[in-house]
Design a protein around this ligand. Sequence first.
Ligand code: ASP
Length: 590
Amino acid sequence: MRSHYCGALGTTNIDETVTLCGWVDRRRDHGGVIFLDLRDREGIVQVVFDPDTQEHFERADRVRSEYVLQITGRVRARGEGSTNPAMATGEIEVLGKKLEILNKAETPPFQLDEHTAVGEDVRLHYRYMDLRRPEMQQKLILRSKITKQVRNFLDDEGFLDIETPILTRATPEGARDYLVPSRTHPGQFFALPQSPQLFKQLLMVSGFDRYYQIARCFRDEDLRADRQPEFTQIDIETAFLNEEEIMAITERMIRGVFKSVLDVELPAFPHMTYAEAMDRYGSDKPDLRIDLELVSVDDLMQQVDFKVFRGPADDEKGRVAALKVPGGASISRKVIDGYTKYVSIYGARGLAWIKVNDIDAGVEGLQSPILKFMPEEIVAQLMQRVEAANGDIIFFGADTAHVVNEALGALRIKVAQDQGLVADHWAPLWVVDFPMFEQDGKGGWSPLHHPFTSPACSAEELAANPGAALSRAYDMVVNGTELGGGSIRIHEAEMQKVVFGLLGIDDEEAEEKFGFLLKALQYGAPPHGGLAFGLDRLVMLITGATSIRDVIAFPKTQSAACVMTDAPGDVSSEQLRELNIRLRQTVTPE
Ligand code: ASP
């Protein structure tokens, strides 16, 4: 039906007769001449109809926004002074000869260029209209380019694309499962996969050696801005590769994506231990574009009487840290009060600070409500430790190490954004040497990655001191976003049982839930490992989107619903009966 895309036309097409199909973006009547901006996925071109072609001119007069047209005409250069540098096709226009109305359209629910004025609910309700916006088209086109690049790379490296089940058993990735009732097994449920984790490990046991899948994953979590209940992973597993080799190959994959899609050469990926990341940045996904660091001052604060600092400094689980912000002395009290409130979200009970007005004047040159609690000698050492200079502000966190890291880690990013201290470049890294477990708050352990991650030590060492054990896990972080994570897996049943045991999963439960895995590990499981990248996050990062919903064609709302199809929805009582389900009470739809 068409010879060219609207947005693909240019000066090379001058004098050609072209046939275009697309939507009316705008229609203007300029005293006897009608201008139509015709839009398709590649862009917009201006079409002009004059009364010489009467029948078609009249039709052009009748069309309205978002009508679907087929137009035949001749490409010509725009006259002197009427070119439009803001438009990709702005040097040319099409002189329309024929116009067919392929379909009419109701008045659009919102002007496509005024989408920001309407709420996101309206955009999601009419998603098919929202997706007509060039900006949204660009994002999804780019997403497709990214997956194509990923597939090509992995294919060249000998990876096989193998699908794994959607109707399955629970895989513990730490979230709640979406359940699907089984009709043929009354009272029993499938779980939708939180990830293909166990299947990809089993594929290694089967000898496929290198697997990948652009896999949909489902996690029923309370949604934050960057989460969706169903999301997509670039899921990878390999046998006979160690962590260095896995990191190297996947780093090349991500480099290739940035190069081909953005023409960006990513800098080197430093490897940083989890301990160092927490110590210096208060986060296991540090944004290395920001040149601010947490500095521990526990030893100094053990020498003061000030309880707020002394307590955590003396406590084994406590931490007192400083965060120096150059130029921050000009931050107003009001803004500092705002920061105090901000860190309270992370459990901090206050935010002490010192402003450095004149470093050479000793305490006289400093300004702070806490100076009176500290001996001058300690203050001097403190200034030296953080390398204070005139114009700095130094913030302090004093609490459990967990609270201090969370609070100052978050403050570091917030202040940097507010003060314009986020450098404009890409800052990737690998975070390695994660602890195997963290305390679950109920006296037990929970895995930092997942229960199938191999420890870096022997089973005996692990059992003797689970809190000190490191795992063979690794995360790729870019600009403070965790793009992907994975690990070398446990490939021996005995080790897997020890880890289950430490996680409070006894033999019986292990057998019931993971019997198939434990059995498979006894039939010649090779050493293996892999990782998964969050595709949605990768696309967000590359397109600069601020919401994950903007890079997914049909996303769910914050309350995990689809306002367009009205899902989730009610089902008939017959369906429920077939599934052997009786609702506990009649639920009235909202
Ligand atoms: N299954 C893991 C996840 O979804 C990734 C991996 O370990 O490969 O986070």
